[in-house]
Design a protein around this ligand. Structure first.
Ligand SMILES: [Zn+2]
Length: 574
């Protein structure tokens, strides 16, 4: 592995040096760079996957990538030269499915992400409530359904015991369920008589019909809509938290998987203040209770908010729920005791979905689908196919996120339709969500095509990665490790899950860099380290090609540059 690598570096360096000479001929004497990082192992992710030693930066852009010797013409008396001491450099990562505003607000609120048991959850809730006696509603999240055990529900009594006096609303880590106390149910007026909304379910006691305290999918809105809205200050603080965290992971571009106008305003405020040290594509939420008439408003939002570091040219359509509560749309019914024919909840009626995608495509939008079950994936592909038939290939790079199940018949359709496969690779291992909450309810046949990342890679589809943070960690090294090993990155499993679906490091890196930039329609400017592109990069504490895959998750980012400026770490401390 190491030998092959060294060979690759030598070849690449020759190519890069040639490139630099050409660059100098074209422009005459090159202007001196502001910053040069030399003596590194720079993995450029250019078309040839070249390695280089030095990268030079002026005006936020890359002016040179190549050998140390070839860089001399770019280094003048004003140039700050930093010795990388052989450290690895990668293009800034891009996460193409993430929730930074809500995730950051949650992290600053009653945050359960770090806990693993119900007892710990209750202790954190009590501690938070005691520390915030004047907060009228306690909001937060980050709990995991798996902590409650197979088939068990999050119950109101657990919270009532520590917070009896005011409403508490806590989102599950996957965002599909809310856990509330009695005061919150009361505030929302939820009683035995309250009917389930069409897009969700109020979990009830089978004997009394009373709400138990967990609300699935759209039913969560019944309580959430009653909670006081977050102030601008809370929203800004939440986004600041996320930006700091993401820059710390070497992330310099994202696609927010669900924005409304308030979110776009939050991004705009921080961009105007010079604090948005990320490029942001906002996927504007498609309101499933409305029809095609909402496209006019989507166009207005795109027009008003696309500028600076924000691109609001994407629309998010959530087509199903999740497997764990049987709301993901599946081709073969769930195996449920006493309940036949449960196939999940299609959030948008499939014929309307076709019309919506056709119209959005014609209006120049990218569509970002949420589809987990193989049925929802098929409905999404059918909708893109309808758009293709009506509009031809307009090149809007529609993409489908999550992709827990892709029926083999549908796998080649991604490439054919130009649909990007947007995986959350951290989920592709046998954790309790998979072993306890999913596998018992689907057939072996269906289970055999779960998170088929390598199959999709082989099919020729573009593969891009996102974390879905705050559902799970936004640490790209943990995510890449699981993509490669199909094991929990924290050593939590020992048997690889469908190991034939594991991919290699170069593909994993491409999915977080150039392919993610392509998904964010920004690959001319970002996603690789090439002359003319923005100087967005991360300096790592180890060479990812020289360590066993199981150590990828230990990687630390020493320095992140965004448009040539350090946004994490310190140039002087390298
Ligand atoms: Zn999401």
């Amino acid at each position: 592995m190491k030998l092959k690598n060294t060979l690759l570096i030598a070849i690449a360096l020759t190519a890069a040096a040639g490139c630099a000479r050409k660059d100098q001929e074209d422009t005459g004497a090159p202007p001196s760079a502001e910053l040069a990082l030399k003596n590194g192992a720079i993995y450029t992710v250019d078309g040839a996957r070249s390695w280089a030693q030095t990268i030079a930066i002026a005006d936020g852009r890359i002016v040179y990538v190549g050998t140390d010797a070839g860089a001399e013409g770019h280094i003048g008396p004003e140039t700050k030269v930093v010795d990388l001491k052989g450290r690895m450099v990668v293009p800034g990562f891009q996460d193409v499915h993430i929730h930074p505003v809500s995730g950051g607000i949650e992290a600053n609120g009653c945050d359960l992400n770090a806990a693993a048991t119900v007892e710990e959850y209750v202790a954190i809730i009590k501690k938070y409530a005691d520390a915030h006696p004047d907060t009228p509603w306690i909001k937060g999240g980050g709990w995991s359904m798996a902590a409650f055990g197979p088939g068990a529900l999050a119950r109101k009594e657990l919270i009532d015991a520590v917070v009896p006096d005011r409403p508490v609303i806590l989102w599950s880590r996957d965002g599909h369920t809310v856990w509330v106390n009695s005061k919150a149910l009361e505030a929302a007026g939820i009683t035995r008589e309250t009917k389930d909304p069409p897009d969700g379910r109020i979990d009830r006691d089978p004997k009394t019909g009373e709400a138990v305290g967990s609300l699935q999918e759209g039913a969560g809105g019944l309580v959430a809509d009653k909670a006081p809205p977050d102030t601008d200050a809370i929203r800004d603080a939440g986004l600041r938290y996320s930006i700091r965290m993401l820059n710390g992971y070497g992330i310099t571009g994202i696609q927010d998987a669900s924005v409304n106008e308030e979110d776009l305003k939050t991004y705009r405020r921080l961009d105007d203040a010079g604090e948005l040290t990320l490029h942001v594509v906002g996927s504007i939420w498609w309101e499933r209770e409305k029809g095609l008439e909402q496209v006019e408003d989507l166009k207005r939002l795109r027009g008003e908010y696309t500028k600076g570091r924000i691109d609001a040219g994407t629309v998010k359509i959530m087509q199903d729920g999740v497997m764990e509560n049987y709301t993901a749309v599946v081709l073969e019914p769930y195996k449920l005791k006493g309940k036949d024919g449960v196939r999940g909840i299609p959030m948008v009626e499939p014929e309307l979905l076709k019309q919506a995608v056709t119209k959005l495509d014609a209006e120049g939008f990218q569509v970002h689908f949420h589809a987990i079950g193989d049925g929802a994936v098929r409905q999404s592909l059918d909708a893109v196919e309808a758009a293709r038939t009506a509009n031809g290939d307009l090149g809007h790079r529609h993409h489908i996120s999550h992709l827990q199940l892709i029926h083999p018949d549908d796998q080649p359709r991604f490439r054919k339709l130009g649909v990007i496969a947007n995986f959350q690779p951290l989920w592709a291992y046998a954790d309790a969500y998979v072993t306890d909450l999913t596998l018992p309810f689907i057939s072996r046949q269906t289970a055999s095509y779960m998170y088929p990342i390598a199959s999709m890679e082989k099919s020729g589809a573009v593969i891009a990665f996102g974390s879905d943070w705050s559902v799970s960690t936004a640490n790209p090294f943990e995510e890449m490790e699981t993509a490669i090993t199909r094991l929990g990155s924290l050593g939590d499993t020992t048997v690889p899950f469908l190991p034939a679906e594991s991919i290699a490091l170069p593909e994993a890196l491409a999915a977080f860099t150039i392919n993610a930039a392509y998904t964010n329609r920004d690959e001319k400017d970002t996603g690789s380290l090439e002359v003319g592109k923005r100087a967005n990069l991360a300096v790592l504490d180890r060479n990812l090609f020289e360590i066993p895959p199981a150590e990828l998750s230990d990687t630390k980012v020493l320095l992140t540059l965004f448009e040539g400026k350090a946004v994490h770490g310190d140039l002087g401390a390298l």
